[in-house]
Design a protein around this ligand. Structure first.
Ligand SMILES: C[S@@+](CC[C@H](N)C(=O)[O-])C[C@H]1O[C@@H](n2cnc3c(N)ncnc32)[C@H](O)[C@@H]1O
Length: 333
């Protein structure tokens, strides 16, 4: 059995590698420094000691990064601002590291409390991954859409039809939308299709209100601090959420679907969908979700990780693949 320090350092390094691969050199470097500090019994160890038994999916490394980022965003740590790109800094990780480390020494209770809260994200980019699926349902059925998202977090992907999508082959959506995808598609889905959302509703065990300052800060804190295009999509989606209401109910996904799908809704196509969600649901919950979907006349759209990529499927049929944050979307024609 590996020692706790080894487990935790490996977790930080594994996240560092993922950040490097996904275009966040700033976080990749800070996490490498953090792993070495933890191994040496420094303040990173003091904050993370005890978390070694957690599941890898609990994203401990990102909770640590999110905790410090939050304190940079709310100006508790002004000394880190010159190096955090999200607030105009230079992204110099070696210069930021001693200040990051000192912050753990100066604010152990606050950072410890934030780390213990769990990672709550909502990735707006996934709207670009899912777009082709919604358009496919609208095209096949010719009906307006009733969309039900499970594990919706802040509900930002419940407003996908209010965003603008550009590809080399055309565009879809409102030209003046505050959310604009310019580089999401390597191979775009057919965009010459219309879709009309007549009802939108989501659920989550821990919904975030993107229109509250607390909710917006939480969502912003979990964006990797040097990924300004993700931050700008998020800020646009928060703006959009202020204008387009979409309820995210605090309820378990299986219970939500069993209730929502109990009655048939004629004249509209019901789309049940989720992205990067199923891994957080236990076996029994997954069974109930599958049963609820199988027993109702619904279109089941998913974007979930499969062997190093993310697959977009409609009723099991593979429609396309994408990166985890909705870039590199490759539609199969
Ligand atoms: C990784 S986040 C993804 C959020 C969003 N789908 C996205 O792609 O940005 C997973 C979400 O699933 C929610 N969740 C996990 N288990 C759930 C359940 N049984 N019922 C409802 N929501 C759940 C979590 O609270 C979290 O907001």
């Amino acid at each position: 059995m590996p020692a706790p320090r080894e487990v935790l350092a490996a977790r930080l390094r594994s996240q560092a590698k993922a950040c490097a691969e996904l275009g966040s050199p700033f976080y990749a470097s800070l996490l490498e420094f953090a792993a070495a500090d933890l191994e040496a019994g420094g303040p990173v160890w003091d904050v993370l000691d005890g978390y070694e038994a957690e599941h890898e999916w609990a994203a401990l490394a990102l909770r640590l990064m999110g905790a410090v980022h939050r304190l940079v965003l709310n100006e508790t740590l002004p000394e880190l601002a010159p190096h955090y790109p999200s607030v105009g800094g230079d992204g110099d990780a070696p210069a930021a590291w001693p200040l990051f480390r000192q912050a753990l020494i100066d604010h152990p209770a606050e950072i410890g409390r934030l780390v213990s809260r769990g990672c709550q994200t909502n990735e707006v980019g996934r709207s670009a991954s899912l777009l082709g699926g919604f358009l496919e349902v609208a095209h096949r059925t010719g009906l307006p859409l009733r969309i039900l998202e499970i594990g919706a977090s802040a509900g930002l992907n419940l407003r996908w039809d209010h965003y603008r999508y550009e590809s080399t082959e055309g565009a879809w959506g409102e030209p003046t939308s505050p959310v604009r995808f310019d580089h999401a598609f390597e191979v775009s889905p057919p965009l010459n299709r219309s879709a009309d959302v007549v009802e939108r509703k989501g659920c989550d065990l821990n919904p975030v209100d993107p229109t509250s300052s607390e909710g917006a800060l939480t969502l912003r804190s979990f964006i990797w601090a040097d990924q300004l295009s993700r931050l700008s999509l998020l800020d646009g989606a928060i703006k959009c959420a202020e204008e387009v209401p979409a309820e995210v109910e605090r309820i378990d996904a299986a219970a939500f679907l069993e209730r929502e799908l109990a009655a048939h809704r004629p004249g509209m196509a019901t789309v049940v969908y989720h992205s990067v969600f199923m891994q957080y649901v236990g076996a029994e919950g997954q069974e109930r979700i599958k049963r609820a979907v199988a027993n109702a006349p619904v279109h089941y759209l998913t974007m979930e990780p499969v062997e190093g990529t993310f697959e977009v499927r409609l009723g099991g049929e593979l429609l396309g693949t994408s990166g985890p944050h909705g870039t590199h979307v490759r539609w199969l024609r």
